[in-house]
Write a protein that binds this ligand. Structure first.
Ligand SMILES: C[S@@+](CC[C@H](N)C(=O)[O-])C[C@H]1O[C@@H](n2cnc3c(N)ncnc32)[C@H](O)[C@@H]1O
Length: 240
């Protein structure tokens, strides 16, 4: 299922085309950002816990395949990686040649039949898609009944979202994302908060002492605030 026609690019996609395979270095270098990344991947592990080996999973906006690799190599799932930027898919194939890749865009109809996948995940993507409601509705459409979904959204009600600096991200509220999902037939079953501290603070995590301070503050914020005010939230749901 390797599709090769390059779609017309929009703002967020152009940004990632310029970063190409360097995206991972930009996003995750340093102990603090790497810790945030692990936390998000743990949210995926939690969301997909107990899925049978070989289950069909869509990684929507797969980037360099951070989650594709966890789901394929560690959880034994059959992953399809979709992205609008060919360089991203090429970097996944370089490292994991068996991955099914699809060059397509979220925000327009997806090139899959309804009820194709047992699970769908999308991390750090909807914030780049102006038509994010349509994208989320399409992710629900291609999910089988009882299938799982885990989508990360940027929380508009978080001060930590200012950590995105000048990037053209589209923050939404948790309740807006939940409403769109529910209208598309999703029952939300969990909400896994991202960090409460802006990225610029996490970038200061360079050694054991600073990381202990940061993760300690985060643990307190998790305990006291839960998802409220978190910079991003992974919403976990099930198709009815
Ligand atoms: C921040 S990266 C996240 C990658 C991966 N999900 C991760 O968490 O490591 C965002 C990805 O979304 C892709 N993207 C942006 N807009 C998109 C769209 N409308 N349709 C599909 N992919 C898109 C970008 O090319 C990029 O690979």
């Amino acid at each position: 299922m390797n599709v090769s026609k390059r779609p017309e690019l929009r703002t967020g996609e152009k940004y990632f085309t310029s970063l190409g395979a360097g995206y991972e270095t930009e996003a995750f270098s340093g102990l603090g950002p790497a810790w945030i990344s692990d936390r998000e991947l743990n949210a995926v592990r939690t969301a997909l816990r107990g899925m049978p080996k070989g289950a069909q999973v869509l990684d929507a906006g797969a980037g360099n395949g951070r989650a594709t690799k966890v789901m394929g190599d560690e959880l034994g799932l059959d992953v399809t990686a979709l992205d609008a930027v060919p360089e991203m898919l090429a970097s996944i194939l370089e490292e994991r040649p068996s991955t099914k890749t699809v060059l397509a865009r979220l925000g327009v109809p997806l090139p899959f039949d309804s009820e194709t996948f047992d699970a769908v995940i999308s991390l750090r993507v909807l914030k780049w898609v102006p038509a994010w409601e349509h994208a989320l509705t399409e992710l629900a459409r291609v999910l089988r009944p009882t299938g799982r979904i885990a989508v990360e959204i940027t929380n508009r009600r978080s001060i930590a979202r200012f950590g995105y600096r000048n990037a053209a991200v589209i923050p939404v509220t948790r309740s807006a994302a939940r409403d769109v999902g529910e209208r598309a037939g999703i029952e939300w079953i969990d909400e896994i908060p991202g960090t409460h501290l802006p990225l610029v603070i996490w970038r200061m995590g360079k050694g054991n002492t600073s990381m202990r301070l940061l993760t300690g503050s985060q643990a307190i914020a998790d305990h006291v605030l839960g998802s409220t005010g978190a910079r991003s939230v992974v919403l976990v749901g099930r198709k009815k």
